[in-house]
Write a protein that binds this ligand. Structure first.
Ligand code: PLP
Length: 400
């Protein structure tokens, strides 16, 4: 199908909820994407922090090919070996003991909230149901996850949203202490916020949050959907802080491009769920789990977080040079290969110009250029992007 026909038919038959660029890709390999017109792009977005092993990663493709001919779906009435294997890998490599599997990030956060509420309900009764989230947060697009997402725009028109959610100012422990009460059952936050502008939690703040949670038996939920799975230089971002949550949600890069979500929890919390308390038809599906097992083995065996730290450090240094050189580039944000450049102005036009020059980048929170490339990105790829960003920034300087 040509891109023209695709756009025409797409506008006729698909809902208009995405602002799509007039581009379609036909093939991906490593850092590269090829569009219908034969143009090649270097991908620094990685499907929004999903394609952590690059496009068409051999280990995942081969594992899926093998599995698809054997068994695609059976339901959770039965044991699924790759689901068990994935649970074991996640438990052995994190703070957690038990895992629940689902299909997306929002679903993982819904499950995390339900698990936290059930735990508090069984221990303290139904009044203890309040979940506190942070300003700048993004946790998904379902009704409950919208309630803990700090965006009036995303929430508008969907009321009434579920009750029992409050918002505290991120990185402000006093604000949190003022909001926490007898009905608080959980605090949810992203150790490094993604959509909110690549903003990392402060080390002292997270320590204080943990202390508060321990004092009041409030569950701490970390949403590592974007910052997890080796992206920030540790397998999980909480490791930077030496602060462990009670519950963690994962998705995005967990299966390197195959849809999946997961909730990891300690035994203390997980025991709140008994058969029938939660479920998902596709959750933990053999294909998704096969892809995730192959991904996680690759990540763990190759210690890809070390690569993220090393290449991310080089990337960060190069981006810092832009902060030093261009007055409208305010600040370098993030860790490892989850990096942001905060600008004085909106970044959409820079993203569009980078696209024209064959580089896929992204802008979040209006003014933050976001870079979440596959973890296989090389210094050469980064050098190529720097040339392009400088070209774009130099043209802007002339205009302004
Ligand atoms: C931190 C975080 N949580 C949750 C989500 C929602 O995940 P999904 O789009 O898979 O529902 C996202 C997606 O961007 C995210 O970045």
């Amino acid at each position: 199908m040509s891109i023209e026909v695709m756009i025409q038919d797409g506008e006729s038959y698909l809902m208009n909820n995405y602002k799509r660029l007039p581009i379609s890709f036909v093939k991906g390999e490593g850092m590269k994407l090829l569009d219908t017109e034969g143009k090649e792009y270097i991908d620094f977005l990685g499907g929004i922090a999903v394609n952590s092993l690059g496009h068409s990663p051999h280990v995942v493709v081969e594992a899926l090919k093998d599995q698809i001919g054997k068994l695609m779906h059976v339901s959770n009435y039965f044991w699924i070996d790759s689901q068990v294997e994935l649970g074991k890998i996640l438990a052995h490599n994190s703070f957690g003991d038990k895992v629940f599997l689902c299909n997306s990030g929002a679903e993982a956060n819904e499950a995390a909230i339900k698990l936290a509420r059930k735990y508090a309900y069984k221990k303290y009764g139904s009044h203890r149901n309040e979940v506190i989230a942070m300003t700048g947060s993004f946790h998904g697009r379902t009704l409950a996850t919208l309630s803990i997402t700090d965006s009036k725009k995303y929430q508008e028109g969907y009321g009434p949203l579920p009750e029992g959610f409050k918002m505290a100012s991120f990185n402000d422990i006093d604000a949190l202490k003022n909001i926490v009460g007898d009905n608080t059952c959980a605090i949810i936050l992203e150790p490094i916020q993604g959509e909110g502008g690549v903003t990392a939690a402060k080390a002292e703040y997270l320590k204080e949050v943990k202390k508060l949670c321990l004092e009041k038996d409030i569950l701490l939920i970390f949403d590592e959907i974007q910052c997890g799975i080796a992206r920030t230089g540790k397998l999980f971002a909480y490791e930077h802080y030496n602060v462990e949550p009670d519950i963690m949600s994962l998705a995005k890069a967990l299966a390197a491009g195959f849809p999946i979500g997961a909730v990891v929890a300690t035994d203390k919390v997980a025991v709140a769920w008994q058969p029938g308390d939660h479920g998902s038809t596709f959750g933990g599906n053999p294909l998704a789990c096969t892809a995730a097992v192959a991904t996680m083995k690759e990540v763990v065996e190759k210690k890809l977080w070390m690569r993220a730290e090393m290449v991310g450090s080089y990337f960060g240094q190069q981006l810092q040079l832009l902060v030093n050189q261009y007055p409208f580039v305010k600040e370098l944000k993030g860790k490892g290969l989850m990096l942001g450049l905060e600008l004085e102005m909106e970044g959409a036009s820079i993203v569009a110009k980078a696209f024209e020059k064959g580089f896929i980048i992204n802008c979040t929170a209006g003014k933050v250029l976001r870079f979440v490339p596959p973890l296989i990105v090389t210094e050469e790829d980064i050098d190529g992007l720097m040339v392009v960003l400088k070209e774009i920034f130099n043209e802007m300087e002339v205009v302004e």
